[in-house]
Design a protein around this ligand. Structure first.
Ligand SMILES: C[S@@+](CC[C@H](N)C(=O)[O-])C[C@H]1O[C@@H](n2cnc3c(N)ncnc32)[C@H](O)[C@@H]1O
Length: 333
């Protein structure tokens, strides 16, 4: 009898796992279909793309034609594809850093800070809607974060913010230097697996004179156990390429680092980016393996809720290309 019960349990868990895998596969297929439809539908190039083509016409006309053909799905030989790829890597620092690591904060930092003498390709990435939306996301966070800090400061003596996958932590450094310099009731812990970006963050914090309020920790945030739990957690630019199930698992894990009533702020790229700037998405996906799983507000809310958070609404960048959700852990462990 016990044996039968065990077999039944095993079967149920396998069915459950199978359903999750099927759901993930279905979402991936939907995502691919959406991408193909958008790319086929949208052959009108943006003014920024037209400006790029004009610049390439003088500098590398063949590359211009090949980029357009690749976008239109016209098959090419491996030799030609390699020629375009090599051109892009050697003529764009943005393309080069992304192709070597699609999740690097060097990409976001270029988009935040700009480049002094950009090549035509880099100028395109900085000027296109998708590039500008990343900077707009930073500005949206810099606007919203102080409001949330103030809300928590009204009932708590001290606020600890955890930024997971922080990069150098430009958002926290800007907010601290504008509103909380030398206010030691507001502190932050920045965690990133990339040591060099943390070293950069330390320099940036020192320049803005907020280094005494920020701790930089090198490591995997999924394994991090904070000595004191966080009041607010930032998870920006992390979930975008991940499946629904992986996002839920990560958010569940993060719940353990939050204090009771604490707030998670997590962003994801939305379909609007693909619809309004399919050419940029195509170049980045084709060459730099920058693949996204677009999620709308309803889907992000579902991820928060399935991971055990109470949805507190969301905000967005000025282009609506990123949804930034807010949630409070529903159960406290
Ligand atoms: C796209 S960048 C975003 C940086 C920053 N949050 C921002 O919004 O500008 C992603 C960063 O997350 C870091 N990262 C990704 N997964 C991580 C993990 N499991 N543990 C620690 N850092 C991680 C990467 O090293 C990278 O610096």
């Amino acid at each position: 009898m016990a044996n039968l019960f065990y077999c039944w349990q095993k079967l149920l868990s396998r069915v459950g796992l199978g359903t999750k895998l099927i759901q993930n596969e279905r979402k991936k297929k939907e995502n691919n279909k959406l991408e193909n439809n958008e790319l086929k539908k949208n052959t009108n190039f943006s003014p920024e793309a037209l400006q790029l083509f004009k610049a390439l016409e003088k500098e590398a006309p063949k590359i211009k034609d090949l980029l357009i053909n690749s976008y239109k799905g016209i098959p090419t030989s491996p030799e030609v594809e390699e020629e375009v790829y090599n051109y892009c890597v050697t003529h764009s620092v943005i393309f080069a850093v992304t192709t070597s690591n699609p999740g690097t904060s060097l990409l976001t930092e270029f988009l935040y800070e700009g480049i002094s003498s950009p090549s035509p390709l880099d100028n395109y990435f900085l000027q296109c809607k998708a590039g500008k939306a990343v900077k707009a996301r930073l500005l949206a966070i810099e606007k919203e974060l102080p409001r949330i800090i103030e809300e928590y400061l009204s009932t708590r003596k001290e606020i600890i913010i955890g930024s997971l996958g922080s990069g150098p932590g430009r958002d926290i450094i800007e907010v601290f230097s504008k509103y909380y310099r030398n206010n030691f009731s507001v502190k932050a812990i920045l965690i990133d697996k990339d040591k060099t970006v943390l070293e950069r963050g330390k320099r940036m914090a020192a320049i803005k004179k907020v280094e005494n309020q920020i701790e930089f920790i090198e490591g995997n945030f999924l394994k991090y156990k904070p000595p004191r739990k966080f009041d607010i957690v930032l998870l920006i630019g992390i979930l975008c390429p991940l499946t629904f199930e992986t996002c839920i698992t990560i958010l569940k894990r993060i719940k353990k680092t939050l204090k009771k009533g604490g707030c998670l702020i997590a962003s994801n790229i939305s379909e609007k980016m693909l619809k309004e700037d399919p050419f940029t998405y195509h170049i980045m996906k084709w060459g730099a393996n920058w693949k996204m799983i677009f999620k709308n507000e309803k889907e992000l809310k579902k991820i928060f809720e399935k991971a055990g958070y109470m949805w507190r609404g969301c905000f967005s960048d000025a282009y609506g290309f990123h949804i930034i959700g807010k949630g409070i852990p529903r159960f406290y462990f």
